[in-house]
Design a protein around this ligand. Structure first.
Ligand code: SF4
Length: 329
């Protein structure tokens, strides 16, 4: 029997925008008012992450990657779609309450400036009954050691540390409830390049030592290539390509991924951020019909403007949402 993935997201839809009140709904019903503009952040996303895997989630600003991370971590509820944890509906699975933790880009925002680091790290495991107050100091010291900080850090405040050290504190805090999956949302984006490398190495070490699984969100192709087993490319709320990282970087299948990599001439360069692809990312308030990428796609044809391409398997373990591959298959 196949082992179910650690986390599976099926048919996830998430919109943002004002919900009309009863008067506005009446006006819309009578045709006096247009429907309110809503941002279509996720438009039918299917991804799964196997235990011990690192799945990279890549996209431009506005692609929906952070929203997907928050849905995966349970911080946002989708309008439609299912979240499955080891094959079971996640909301009915108590382990999910602390089986998934999030690591943020700016740990300062989630670290209470009035609490000492030891209290910050111990807060969640004490709430979940994982440790007693008597065991707290030793438990926190063990976590600080795991992320490369000494036990003395427990008595200080987060603002007394450098950016890289605060990132380590954020990771220790996430690990404190013994998660199986870390959803990492641009966790090194705000750090200097040399510090980035150290924190990325720490993620790699922790994965090996603790058997962790990561959903690793980044706009930085170099970071993703360094750390991830598979990569999902997101464009305007849809997964357009999903493939093993080495295969995706060697031979991207989707025209959007091809454009991203073509416009990133050297992944070794210090700045590996997205640079301009032909045309602007369309507004998620009114995404283009058919294939969302068609206004920017050099290979678009008539069908692309009308019909959404399904994400389909184009080779073992490789998926792309593009009519060209449908025709070829
Ligand atoms: Fe380009 Fe058409 Fe493929 Fe979309 S479906 S990526 S527009 S060729």
């Amino acid at each position: 029997m196949n082992t179910p993935p650690l986390l599976a997201l099926r048919g996830i839809h998430k919109h943002f925008g004002p919900r009309p009140d009863w008067l506005e709904r009446l006006g819309m019903h009578l045709g006096w008012l247009p429907p309110p503009a809503r941002v279509q952040a996720l438009d039918g996303v299917d991804v799964e992450i196997g235990a011990g895997e690192v799945l990279g989630l890549v996209g431009e600003s506005g692609s929906g990657k952070s929203t997907l991370g928050r849905v995966a971590a349970g911080l946002l509820r989708p309008e439609h779609g299912r979240r499955l944890w080891r094959g079971a509906e996640i909301d009915a699975t108590p382990v999910a309450a602390h089986g998934i933790q999030m690591v943020f880009q700016d740990p300062s925002a989630s670290l209470n400036p009035r609490m000492r680091v030891g209290e910050l790290i111990a807060e969640a495991p004490r709430t979940h009954g994982l440790i007693t107050r008597a065991a707290q100091a030793e438990y926190v010291a063990g976590l600080l050691h795991q992320v490369g900080l000494d036990a003395g850090a427990a008595g200080r405040f987060a603002h007394q540390f450098s950016g890289g050290q605060r990132a380590r504190i954020g990771i220790a805090r996430a690990l404190a409830v013994k998660p199986a999956l870390l959803v990492c949302d641009e966790p090194v984006a705000a750090l200097d390049v040399s510090v980035q490398a150290q924190v990325l190495n720490l993620f790699g070490e922790l994965r090996g030592r603790l058997g962790l699984t990561y959903l690793f969100i980044s706009h930085d192709l170099g970071v993703v290539r360094h750390l991830c087993d598979r990569v999902a490319i997101l464009y305007l709320g849809r997964v357009v390509e999903l493939a093993p990282a080495d295969e995706l970087f060697a031979a991207p299948a989707h025209p959007y991924t091809q454009a991203l990599l073509a416009d990133t001439p050297t992944l070794k360069a210090e700045k590996k951020h997205f640079v301009a692809i032909r045309g602007e990312l369309p507004s998620p308030l009114a995404p283009p019909p058919g294939c969302h990428f068609h206004p920017r796609c050099p290979r678009a044809f008539a069908r692309c403007r009308e019909e959404r391409p399904a994400l389909r398997e184009i080779a073992p373990g490789r998926h792309a949402a593009c009519h060209l591959h449908e025709a070829a298959g």
